[in-house]
Design a binder for this molecule. Structure first.
Ligand SMILES: Cc1cc2nc3c(=O)[nH]c(=O)nc-3n(C[C@H](O)[C@H](O)[C@H](O)COP(=O)(O)OP(=O)(O)OC[C@H]3O[C@@H](n4cnc5c(N)ncnc54)[C@H](O)[C@@H]3O)c2cc1C
Length: 371
């Protein structure tokens, strides 16, 4: 029997897609791991997206109502009264999504690795058994190093960087604020984050070099000797094309559907899963990319903003901090900040004539990248 849809990868995006499809299609999800979770991921998802996507409350570990931004020599705080983002337990999130998908009729096959396509079928391996399974449509939700993307000859252009994260015991006085630290002399590729779970435990991480994270821990007066978890992973920041080839589509990290400025991919992947489910239900897979055009635009703006971030040195960064901590800039940010739509806030700041004039003085590169 051929399945209607085979989803390769039971990460958050693959299982979320399974929940959207399982009532209407005969769905098989194959996952190479034997259990859920374990991936290096801080698990922060915008609160608005979380509600819109209908994700399980059970997975939420903490809620953030703002962020504190630190440079080498200054800091400022953006806050709101209500939660702006949630931090989730990835294992609980993935298990809950899989449970929901199974209850709706999806079948799961754990410890099952997709190897390649052979004569229109998927060649799978479970322990020492290698066998073929047929589906009408195949979805690669198999993460950044997607074998499905390779199998369909998708081309990638971008940066593939390692990411590291520790869960560390320490004192975190304001557990409803995420800390974002920018020190380009320590890490020119990315910022450092401190995301508290409660007053005594936080997820601390960065993208780029591991040695920079150790140096940051010292500055933040934390130590890896108090870490109760260490995880390493990778992110792909860029563009992978195409998302659809014949009866195969890519979604989530497999399609590099990730916010270039923060490397958060759960929400974008899930929004694209909605577009993919819609296209499948309409019987027109080609519409998928078109329905995702808003996210494509966000990613493309984010990639330009990231180029600017990378081009700035710490001295310019300090001046940007000075500008962003002014009352008028903070007001714009507080009014427009959206955890998952960075373009909205950046564009609102640039529309403000005085802020734009000051920003252009700091770096005329703004014109090249963002205007
Ligand atoms: C350090 C770090 C911190 C991060 N923090 C955040 C954050 O706070 N918020 C956020 O939104 N994002 C964050 N991300 C990014 C986030 O982890 C990804 O965007 C997200 O996991 C994408 O989900 P996915 O389901 O597309 O892919 P994945 O989570 O990678 O899932 C893919 C699944 O496919 C399976 N698989 C792979 N190959 C095969 C195969 N051949 N056969 C069968 N199964 C296969 C894998 O085992 C895995 O279960 C972070 C990333 C890193 C590295």
């Amino acid at each position: 029997m051929a399945y209607d849809v085979m989803i390769i990868g039971a990460g958050p995006v693959g299982s979320y897609l399974a929940t959207l499809l399982a009532r209407d299609f005969n769905v098989l999800v194959v996952e190479q791991k034997s259990s859920f979770g374990e991936k290096a991921c801080t698990g922060i998802i915008g609160a608005e997206s979380y509600e819109k996507l209908g994700l399980p409350k059970k997975a939420v570990l903490n809620a953030f109502r703002g962020a504190k931004f630190y440079s080498k020599i200054q800091s400022f705080k953006i806050e709101r009264k209500s939660p702006q983002a949630y931090m989730v337990d990835r294992r609980v999130l993935e298990r809950e999504l899989a449970r929901k998908a199974i209850l709706k009729g999806a079948e799961y096959s754990l410890s099952t690795k997709f190897l390649e396509f052979k004569n229109g079928r998927a060649l799978l391996q479970k322990h020492s058994d290698v066998f073929e399974v047929e589906a009408k449509v195949y979805i690669g939700a198999d993460g950044v190093h997607s074998r499905v993307a390779q199998a369909i000859g998708a081309k990638s252009k971008g940066e593939f960087l390692p990411g590291f994260e520790m869960e560390i015991i320490g004192n975190f006085d304001n557990p409803d604020f995420v800390e974002v630290w920018v020190d380009k002399e320590l890490n020119e590729d990315f910022f450092f984050w401190v995301a508290p779970i409660d007053e005594n435990l936080a997820r601390v991480g960065t993208i780029g070099r591991l040695d920079s994270l150790y140096k940051f821990l010292k500055i933040r007066m934390l130590t890896d000797k108090s870490a109760i978890e260490f995880k390493a992973g990778s992110v792909g920041i860029g563009v992978r094309k195409p998302w659809v080839r014949r009866n195969v589509a890519l979604v989530g990290d497999a399609a590099l559907q990730l916010k270039p400025l923060t490397a958060g991919g759960i929400a974008y992947g899930m929004f694209c899963a909605h577009a993919l489910a819609y296209a499948l239900k309409e019987g027109d897979l080609k519409r998928y990319e078109k329905i995702c055009s808003d996210i494509k635009r966000e990613i493309s703006f984010g990639l330009r903003a990231r180029k600017l971030f990378k081009a700035l040195n710490q001295e310019q960064m300090e001046k940007i901090f000075e500008l962003l901590s002014t009352k008028e800039a903070r007001e714009v940010i507080e009014q427009t900040a959206d955890f998952d739509e960075h373009a909205k806030t950046i564009k609102a700041l640039l529309k403000h004539p005085r802020l734009l004039a000051k920003a252009l003085k700091i770096t005329p590169m703004l014109i090249r990248y963002l205007l």
